[in-house]
Write a protein that binds this ligand. Structure first.
Ligand code: GDP
Ligand code: MG
Length: 455
């Protein structure tokens, strides 16, 4: 059970009366309470530069300890810390090989043994060696447990006593759910867990169990694992995590991704948008950007109300293929068609063009028609946005648009969104501008998020 005790007082009735609907207010209150739950009230441990920081990993077998050890080592190494790994797991066959492989790939010095069977000896030797060599981040991986097995717990305690870690990290799999509280507590009772890392948040699990782990260990979540690769790893951020938990999408993450793309450099597009113009080529370029953004599901998962349900249907590949198909169709268009500010009209005036493009790209004329319909809808929205006076002035949308204008825009977008992927993707340029609005002020502000959630 989640240690969730929602007080009525958390719901501000006056604010409610001011016009926001009940559902939103309750969501807001739940959100605030959940944020409190992942805050154990103690500051997260951080390593000290120039010192030998020893970090020990504990957790159930398969929770992702070995993977996460490597990720953390890699994280600090990239930040310029002198980092190393020690494998003190003699329980699981192949444990040392696994760590060795990860470490070698990332060029991280490591220590372990194929012959020594006592994890306490390996851990002590490794820590001593690396301390002498002035390593700053010394990470010790230990063996996992399927459940609370006394002998293994004892072993964990002995390792901890021998190496006296500065930080003990409890690694938990996001999907473990209900069982989490008891498990986390069992670990905490034995050794002094001070941090939590939640893994496998790239999957369907939202990580609700993490709340229990925080409560049980009184330790903050410091990082999250979002994939099997060494850089699928992020410092923990409360608001996006809770948003995901509530199925509201990760606005901040989306902003980061979009910013990474440096779409801002795309002056020409912004200039056109200002005038409400949007060509087929612009759409093509937006698709290219989306492809560049990498794992599709990651992006989709960040869009409010669009995350987990969609992904659980497992049609990421389908969406990607769809996008590619649309781009193939546009590849068969000529410059005149691509660059017209009313691309659809060029085609409707001379329907022969549709046949030509269909033939050229190996699709049906209906497919081409559909693409043009999507394009038209999007171009219409751009036109509306361009029509809002001064919307893009000074590059900061939030200062230039009133609440009611924003609401209208939202409505407009909402109308356009259908469950089909293209709409969402096509809406990306608009979304980007809206993101900026969130970034300025409203990021982390629930009212903003909720409004957005209505899309
Ligand atoms: P350990 O037994 O605790 O050391 O767990 P491992 O590090 O061996 O991980 C168990 C499995 O989970 C491996 O297949 C990892 O690739 C996988 N894994 C670990 N972290 C993540 C993650 O954040 N996302 C995903 N998708 N898989 C992960
Ligand atoms: Mg392991």
């Amino acid at each position: 059970m989640l240690p969730l005790s929602m007080k009525r007082s958390a719901i501000d009735l006056e604010e409610m009366a001011s016009g926001l609907n009940k559902r939103k207010m309750i969501q807001h209150a739940v959100f605030k309470e959940l944020v409190k739950l992942v805050d154990p009230g103690v500051k997260a441990w951080t390593p000290t530069k120039g010192k030998q920081n020893v970090i020990m990993f504990v957790g159930l077998q398969g929770s992702g300890k070995t993977t996460t050890c490597s990720k953390l080592a890699y994280y600090y190494q990239r930040k310029g810390w002198k980092t190393c790994l020690i494998c003190a797991d003699t329980f699981r066959a192949g444990a040392f090989d696994q760590l060795k492989q990860n470490a070698t790939k990332a060029r991280i010095p490591f220590y372990g043994s194929y012959t020594e069977m006592d994890p306490v000896i390996i851990a002590s030797e490794g820590v001593e060696k690396f301390k002498n060599e002035n390593f700053e981040i010394i990470i010790v991986d230990t063996s996992g447990r399927h459940k609370q097995e006394d002998s293994l717990f004892e072993e964990m305690l002995q390792v901890a006593n021998a190496i006296q870690p500065d930080n003990i990290v409890y690694v938990m799999d996001a999907s473990i759910g209900q069982a989490c509280e008891a498990q986390a507590k069992a670990f905490k009772d034995k050794v002094d867990v001070a941090s939590v890392i939640v893994t496998k948040l790239d999957g369907h699990a939202k990580g609700g169990g993490a709340l229990s782990a925080v409560a049980a260990t009184k330790s903050p979540i410091i990082f999250i694992g979002t994939g099997e690769h060494i850089d699928d790893f992020e410092p923990f951020k409360t608001q996006p995590f809770i948003s995901k938990l509530l199925g509201m999408g990760d606005i901040e993450g989306l902003i980061d991704k979009v910013n990474e793309l440096k779409l801002d450099d795309n002056e020409a597009l912004i200039e056109k948008l200002k005038h409400g113009q949007f060509t087929l080529r612009d759409m093509y370029e937006q698709f290219q950007n989306i492809m560049k953004m990498g794992p599709f599901s990651q992006i989709l998962g960040m869009i409010p109300g669009f995350g987990t349900d969609f992904m659980s249907k497992g049609n990421e590949q389908e969406s990607m293929a769809r996008l590619k198909k649309l781009m193939t169709i546009m590849d068969s268009m000529n410059d005149q068609e691509l660059d017209s500010t009313d691309g659809a009209k060029v085609f409707s005036k001379q329907p022969g063009r549709i046949q030509r493009v269909a033939r050229g790209s190996g699709v049906s004329t209906r497919d081409v028609q559909e693409l043009l319909t999507q394009y038209t809808k999007f171009a219409q929205m751009v036109k509306k946005m361009g029509g809002i006076k001064g919307l893009f002035k000074g590059g900061d949308m939030s200062k230039n648009v009133s609440q009611s204008q924003m609401a209208k825009l939202n409505q407009q977008m909402a109308k356009m969104m259908d469950p089909r992927v293209l709409h969402h993707m096509g809406g990306m340029a608009g979304l980007q501008s809206m993101m900026r609005q969130f970034q300025q002020g409203a990021a982390g502000n629930m009212k903003g998020m909720m409004g957005f959630n209505n899309m």
